[in-house]
Design a protein around this ligand. Structure first.
Ligand SMILES: [Zn+2]
Ligand SMILES: [Zn+2]
Length: 391
């Protein structure tokens, strides 16, 4: 998967810093998404160009790349572009991901970042708006019954929320924007390091203004300019009847706030259904076992079976064998998206287990002996069932 960053930028291996920058500007202008709306190929190209520049413009990364010849994981495209990375990590959310640049909004950000472009210090004027915040994943345990019938749960979730004081701009209300004191308005910070190879100059996106060149005169006194605050939110989650183990409920816009007033991510609630002592679930069907006395099985009876819809009388015909399964139609679990579409319910399968009495009263024993004689299993007056084989 090694990419030739030099050929992507159309330069030679010995290209100087200036040549790299010049080539990048030329290519970036040519393939900028704003000029190639909806053109996937040029979007990919633009991404490659930025990836190449990210590596080749950084002395350390370029040297690694020249030595190892490949953009290893952890090097190159997935790092370094976002001035806002620090924030996201600070909130424990997902780190910055290069793939989120698939929309032209992200590309425009990079473009402006590198050219110190005229993006206002307040992001509200941006064409494509700030990126949405990270999603939140939550594990929820449900009882068998709650999953079958549906339930409403309340979650307390600590997350990043848009700061109310500054409405996500990071500025103290009423404060002006001024030229960034750290970069002097260029959006870039140059640093010169002394190394064994001589002096090396690197230029990075200004961490104070994120490449915008302008900053708020006064940072928001609540979020200190980070545009977000940590908040505990009570969130009601409606679990529909019939959810099964390992299913996920998505709550749109209930994730973490994006930076600079960006929209909220989503909340994903992963459902884990606890087993029941009475029932076993198989899709929308419920299985249970019903223990009956041997005589009920022999003579037949109506027994009370516990179901999700309450107790139901089940007619067990005379001569029912142990292991026989009876089906109670529509006594199972409500099908998701049922109702209107006639989804209805699953079935309840009852497996009959015939119990043999292990202790008998004297009277019972006499009667069973008589039955055994009647069935031709033993001679009258003999004690053992197989007494007729005794000498
Ligand atoms: Zn700056
Ligand atoms: Zn604020």
């Amino acid at each position: 998967m090694a990419k030739d960053y030099y050929s992507i930028l159309g330069i030679s291996k010995g290209a100087t810093e200036q040549e790299i920058k010049k080539a990048y500007r030329k290519m970036a202008l040519q393939y900028h998404p704003d000029k190639n709306k909806g053109n996937k190929e040029s979007e990919t190209r633009f991404k490659e160009i930025n990836e190449a520049y990210e590596v080749l413009s950084d002395k350390q990364k370029r040297s690694n790349y020249d030595q190892f010849g490949a953009a290893e994981p952890g090097m190159g495209g997935s790092q370094g572009f976002s001035g806002g990375q620090g924030f996201q990590q600070g909130f424990g959310g997902q780190g910055f991901d290069f793939s989120s640049f698939s929309g032209s909004g992200g590309f425009a950000d990079i473009f402006e970042t590198f050219f110190g472009g005229g993006r206002p210090a307040s992001s509200s004027g941006k064409k494509n708006g700030p990126r949405p915040g990270p999603d939140i994943e939550f594990q929820m345990q449900l009882s068998f019954e709650d999953a079958a019938f549906g339930v409403e749960k309340e979650l307390m979730i600590a997350k990043a929320a848009t700061c109310n004081n500054c409405s996500g701009t990071g500025a103290e209300p009423g404060s002006k924007t001024v030229t960034c004191p750290q970069c002097g308005g260029t959006g870039e910070v140059r640093s010169v390091r002394n190394t064994i190879f001589g002096q090396m100059a690197t230029s990075r996106v200004c961490t104070e203004c994120y490449g915008e060149g302008r900053v708020h005169e006064k940072k928001c006194s609540v979020c200190h300019g980070s545009t977000r605050v940590r908040k505990e939110e009570k969130i009601k989650v409606k679990i529909p009847a019939g959810v099964d183990n390992d299913s996920t409920v998505r709550l749109s816009g209930k994730g973490e706030a994006g930076q600079f007033g960006g929209p909220y991510g989503d909340l994903y609630v992963h459902i884990r259904v606890m087993p029941s002592k009475k029932f076993v679930r198989n899709n929308y069907d419920v299985h249970s076992e019903m223990h009956i006395h041997m005589l009920q099985a022999i003579l037949g009876d109506t027994v009370e079976v516990e179901t999700l819809k309450g107790p139901v009388g089940l007619k067990v015909p005379a001569g029912t064998q142990s292991g026989k399964v009876f089906i109670l139609k529509e006594y199972g679990i409500q099908k998701l998206r049922g109702g209107k579409s006639g989804g209805g319910f699953g079935d309840h399968y009852v497996k009959i287990i015939v119990d043999i009495p292990s202790r008998l009263t004297r009277r019972e024993r006499e009667l069973y002996n008589d039955l055994a004689t009647e069935a031709g299993l033993k001679e009258k007056g003999n004690d053992g069932f197989f007494g007729r084989f005794k000498g």
